[in-house]
Ligand binder design. Structure first.
Ligand SMILES: [Fe+2]
Length: 298
């Protein structure tokens, strides 16, 4: 098994191609569709690079795997599905995320909340084949309820649950996020994997400008993760995470990302004039009246 990474410096996202050279079977984890918010224009440079790699190595794409509905980039899954005919899979609790954002964004009725726009919904503990690759699903909720990690051979792809030691863990303040859940996901689930298990993270924010790093091990994380070590108590972590999250800004692409990604990475259907429109809610995090004056909190 080999692993090729792709890094999107705009959103600090890691996309992985995991493949078996002997058979050519491959999966792609967390592809990115580029999006410029100022012009509201997508482009395909990041996902084209992944596609070019698959073609150059003559790989057969068996699945596109999402670790969760991302809130910081648009998914490139539909591009890869179209190009290679590969099904798109995500954790089955995506339905809860869809219901939450359907209510928040008042999404159109053609965005179902039963997960049916994904080709496969994955349950905790489920194992499946992607050609010669055997994949185990480990539910790792907390950043979102639907987050999963994928264990393939001796490598686990942790999405936004577990980051490099100096970045810690994912934030837990999105709707339906839970620091307590993330503690259990990392401390009880991921840290029960063998210490030698290789960890491939979903983002690397390159703290203090250090060079890109995206691979560690379960053993190194247990010893050295700056937010959640094997020795960290739940109370300690939840207090830290909640305090830290209160200081974080919304991700730059939060509003466009979630409405596209809960619909399996599909852009909104065109209106009668042929144009596609994203919803841009105003003041959902701090409701106001039409003059912009804050409404009393209910
Ligand atoms: Fe995320």
């Amino acid at each position: 098994m080999r692993i090729q990474h792709f890094f999107d410096p705009q959103t600090f996202t890691l996309t992985y191609v995991v493949y078996e050279p002997a058979t050519g079977d491959a999966v792609v984890i967390d592809p990115v569709l580029d999006y410029d918010p100022a012009s509201s224009q997508t482009s395909t440079g990041s996902v084209e690079a992944v596609a070019a790699f698959l073609e150059r190595e003559r790989l057969k794409l068996r699945y596109v795997l999402e670790t969760h509905a991302h809130a910081d980039h648009l998914s490139g899954s539909q591009f890869l599905k179209r190009r290679f005919g590969a099904p798109v899979a995500i954790g089955e609790r995506i339905r809860e995320v869809q219901a939450t954002f359907q209510a928040l964004f008042d999404l159109p009725a053609d965005v179902p909340t039963d997960g049916s726009q994904f080709d496969r919904l994955l349950a905790d503990g489920e194992e499946f084949q992607a050609g010669a690759l055997r994949i185990r699903v480990i539910a790792t909720p907390g950043h979102t309820p639907a987050c999963v990690s994928y264990l393939i051979g001796d490598a686990v792809f942790t999405g936004d649950a577990l980051f490099m030691e100096d970045s810690g863990t994912g934030r837990c303040d999105f709707p339906r996020g839970s620091a307590t859940d993330l503690y259990h996901s990392v401390h009880d689930r991921l840290y029960s994997l063998p210490d030698a298990t290789r960890v491939f993270v979903g983002h690397d924010y390159q703290p203090e400008g250090r060079p890109l790093r995206f691979e560690t091990t379960i053993g190194a994380s247990k010893q050295g993760n700056s937010q959640l070590k094997a020795s960290t108590s739940k109370e300690e972590y939840v207090r830290f995470r909640t305090t830290r999250d209160a200081t974080l800004k919304a991700p730059r692409l939060l509003l466009p990302s979630v409405q596209v990604n809960v619909d399996a990475g599909r852009l909104p259907r065109p209106h009668a004039n042929g144009n596609r429109y994203l919803h841009m809610p105003v003041n959902i995090f701090g409701p106001t009246d039409e003059a912009g004056i804050p409404l009393p909190r209910a």
